[in-house]
Design a protein around this ligand. Structure first.
Ligand SMILES: [Zn+2]
Length: 99
């Protein structure tokens, strides 16, 4: 399975990995944990959906780390919107993420 880059969220580096059948066995296409600093994704399905699940888990961890207590629908919306903006605007995200 392809090695995925770590993602830094707040002051923490999360490992990102794929786990086949995650959705079938846990009824979720993604999971994340602030204790183990892991994001786990089901590799099955369309790449655009996997990407959306990744950003959903990033927002889940932002929500947890900052104690935002966001409703799950808000987390899903923010994850989906983040994925769309970053995917559709690679030049923009590169330009506005460097110092
Ligand atoms: Zn969620």
């Amino acid at each position: 399975m392809k090695k995925l880059p770590k993602v830094k969220i707040g002051g923490h580096r999360y490992s990102v990995s794929y786990k086949p059948n995650l959705a079938r066995n846990h009824e979720a296409a993604g999971m994340s944990c602030a204790n183990t600093l892991e994001i786990i994704l089901d590799p099955d399905g369309k790449k655009s959906h996997i990407n959306e699940v990744f950003w959903h888990e990033v927002v889940e961890q932002i929500n947890y780390l900052h104690e935002l207590d966001l409703p799950h629908a808000t987390i899903s919306t923010l994850g989906s919107c983040l994925q769309q903006v970053l995917t559709d605007n690679p030049k923009v995200s590169k330009e506005f993420s460097r110092s």
